[in-house]
Unconditional design. Structure first.
Length: 481
């Protein structure tokens, strides 16, 4: 995009008040005219006008200005992209709309009007052309790297208070390099971290597998002993009932109750998992207060805390979205199965109730009841141990997945590095131009270096194109914070 001309038009008077012509090559120096009643010379107003015409909100200095409103000022910027000319316009008294035309018109009827968001999209489509793909940063974001506040200046090629990955993507875009390397590898790294966490949780849950297996054998033996006690009880002289019907129903009831207990226990575990994920995510959200606190006390949020907060928030949001959905689906499935089992249990209890007419020995009933209660306790212990053992047995499978994910990250890293190397001529061209510019403008040696990060360690920004910028006798600048 080349800036051609800037017009100041009075819609009320239907005339061009001022016209500024930009150099289409070389440097444009804005000097302005100093006034006795003002410290400024118009440079900021000129830059603010260009920002606004490229989609920024109306600057405060332009708002509520009686003279500008009375003359109904329209600012127009003539730009050229690939040989095609377009005029962009904003009305001072209207912060909600923008105007586009192929010609300068002194009346709004000669312009195509768009709401501000649509205006930004239209301008971006025109300026970016075939670079306007879905993942590309917006023109509004890129504009911040091209038009700087005079107080901030160009002491660094990155912008403060921006995520390092966003800084990198914008600079890659401006360098005509792919911007997706790091984000795609980060997706794989997040999956890798999820597997590592799951393995760690399982190892903590079942830390002594030998003892668990020993306890399982003991519990199964104790349960069999109590079941034999119940099966050996002779109730023929004490209960008048249909023997075959009662015994079959009783055995089925034991099986159903055992299934109900196991499924209710599993459901409870999944509910606790969901609750745990939600609590951790909520705590992460509450850390926003920590950021506000630091900003109030220190006027800034420490970078390391911010980085840790963002990584933890991304991880727990990912866990809540993926593992949370998995747990909830399992809970829904278990609830459906439990409903069927409860109905089956009611049917069996009805059969037993109808088959049993009278209990003549209450002591016998108490004994059976106590044994059943103890049996339920033992079943609960056994179910808990089996669940831990089953989880522990998943470690081998998860470890294989983890190793495969590490291999995938390595392969993807090398694949992207190979793709990055295809842009060598483009990178050399940029580095050469930078050196020429610094020598011409500052009579100093400048160095701009591009480097693809291929370290796959967890802490590394794998896939990021790191850009270092240095001018002799100036502070070293590195975009990869």
């Amino acid at each position: 995009m080349i800036l051609k001309e800037l017009y100041v038009i009075s819609l009320k008077e239907k005339e061009i008040i001022r016209k500024y012509v930009f150099n289409t090559s070389g440097l444009n120096v804005i000097l302005g005219v100093a006034k006795k009643d003002s410290n400024g010379v118009g440079k900021t107003a000129m830059v603010d006008a260009i920002r606004m015409l490229l989609g920024a909100k109306m600057p405060e200095d332009f708002q509520h200005k009686e003279e500008l409103a009375q003359r109904d000022i329209l600012l127009v910027l003539k730009i050229e992209v690939n040989g095609k000319v377009l005029y962009l316009a904003r009305q001072i008294i209207d912060d909600e709309n923008g105007y586009i035309s192929e010609n300068v018109a002194l009346d709004l009827k000669g312009w195509n009007m768009y709401d501000l968001e649509s205006y930004r999209i239209k301008v971006q489509d025109y300026v970016f052309g075939n670079l306007n793909y879905e993942e590309a940063p917006s023109l509004q974001t890129i504009r911040e790297y091209l038009i700087r506040d005079e107080k901030q200046g160009f002491s660094d090629i990155t912008l403060s208070k921006r995520k390092a990955i966003k800084n990198s993507q914008c600079l890659d875009f401006l360098s005509l390099l792919p911007i997706y390397y790091e984000t795609e590898i980060n997706k794989l790294k997040n999956e890798q971290a999820s597997l590592q966490t799951e393995i760690k949780i399982i190892k903590t849950l079942a830390k002594d597998i030998t003892k668990l297996k020993s306890d399982k054998i003991k519990l199964e033996s104790e349960i069999n002993r109590m079941k034999n006690m119940l099966d050996s009880v002779n109730v023929s002289d004490k209960i008048d009932y249909d023997e075959e019907k009662y015994i079959l129903a009783k055995k089925e009831l034991k099986k159903v109750e055992s299934q109900i207990f196991k499924k209710e226990y599993s459901k409870k575990q999944f509910e606790q998992n969901v609750e745990g994920l939600e609590q951790r995510h909520q705590k992460m959200c509450e850390l926003v207060n920590l950021q506000i606190y630091y900003e109030q006390i220190l006027k800034y949020f420490p970078e390391e805390l911010k980085k840790n907060y963002e990584e933890m928030e991304m991880f727990f949001s990912y866990m809540l979205e993926n593992r949370g959905d998995y747990f909830k689906n399992r809970i829904e499935k278990l609830e459906g199965e439990l409903e069927k089992l409860q109905n089956e249990k009611k049917g069996l209890q009805k059969i037993i109730s109808e088959s049993t007419k009278i209990f003549q020995n209450t002591q016998l009933v108490d004994d059976i009841h106590n044994i059943n209660e103890q049996l339920n306790v033992e079943y609960q212990k056994l179910a808990d141990i089996k669940m831990k053992i089953d989880k522990y047995n998943e470690i081998n499978k998860l470890t294989k997945e983890l190793n495969a994910k590490g291999k995938e990250i390595l392969e993807k890293t090398f694949e992207y590095e190979k793709d990055y190397n295809q842009y060598e001529d483009n990178i050399i061209n940029i580095e050469t131009h930078f050196k020429t510019l610094t020598e011409t403008a500052y009579d100093e040696s400048g160095d701009l270096t591009y480097n693809y990060e291929n370290d796959v360690k967890k802490s590394s920004a794998t896939g990021r194109v790191k850009i270092t910028c240095q001018i002799a006798d100036e502070t070293h600048m590195d975009v990869c914070i």
